[in-house]
Design a protein around this ligand. Structure first.
Ligand code: C5P
Length: 224
């Protein structure tokens, strides 16, 4: 379609799975490949946006015309998101951020025999929750919630707790969706009580449907 509803808008997208290193060769991570983030970037470009991408390690080339900032761990991703958030009209936090990190980092590779039986962990910052606290009335903030089982209840809680405008509840226990797949399915929820189910489709199509879904939220409180 030729929708140009993001013409001239600044869209900030995070993508990929963060890695929290214990030493130079071991990390806590997740299976995210950033494909949903890439689809969001492509859809936003197509609709006329200026796109800034903050990404953890990803398995694809960043499209032409995108301002990209690379990081590895949650702390680096938070720094880059905070630096770019104030300028963004619409922010989509599709990165899979590790919830915890090893409490200490060793510059030297730890010998196998010196690895502790129980690894002390420390929390990482909740990036999107911090963005929710900083959000100005004209800004829109969208999060993701990858879930197994009941995807709706936890997504609705995250929508409220993190002060999001909308959230993508994303099942990861179904075949051919979620991490690493070119396909996805979801339920979109917003802070106006809307809830729509998006059947199995390509991640690019889902990205466009998400921008369609939030376009209604967009006009509220907008400087014209
Ligand atoms: O709480 P949970 O991790 O399931 O929330 C998912 C949403 O929060 C996603 O949008 C994810 O990018 C974001 N998140 C974050 N910082 C974290 C953990 C999650 O921004 N440390």
């Amino acid at each position: 379609s030729g929708k140009r509803d993001l013409l001239g808008k600044r869209v900030l997208i995070s993508a990929g799975g963060t890695r929290e290193y214990l030493d130079p060769v071991r990390f806590i991570g997740n299976p995210s490949t950033g494909k949903m983030g890439l689809a969001l970037v492509q859809a936003a470009l197509h609709r006329g946006a200026y796109v800034t991408l903050v990404h953890a390690p990803i398995e694809w080339a960043v499209p032409q015309g995108v301002q990209a900032i690379a990081g590895v761990n949650a702390h680096q991703m938070q720094q880059a998101m905070l630096e770019n958030f104030a300028d963004a009209d619409l922010t989509v936090m599709s990165a899979a951020v590790a919830d915890v990190k090893p409490a200490e980092y060793s510059q030297e590779k730890l010998p196998k025999r010196s690895l502790p039986e129980q690894l002390p962990l420390a929390p990482v910052p909740d990036i999107v929750a911090e963005l929710g606290r900083r959000k100005q009335p004209h800004q829109r903030l969208i999060g993701f919630a990858a879930q197994t089982g009941d995807i709706i209840t936890p997504a609705r809680q995250k929508l409220q707790q993190k002060k999001l405008d909308a959230i993508v509840a994303n099942p990861i226990d179904k075949p051919n969706v979620g991490f690493g797949s070119d396909f996805n399915s979801a339920v979109f929820l917003d802070n106006q009580g809307r809830q729509i189910e998006i059947p199995h489709c390509s991640k690019l199509k889902l990205a466009h449907q998400l921008f369609d879904f939030v376009s209604g939220l967009y006009s509220r409180g907008q400087k014209t």
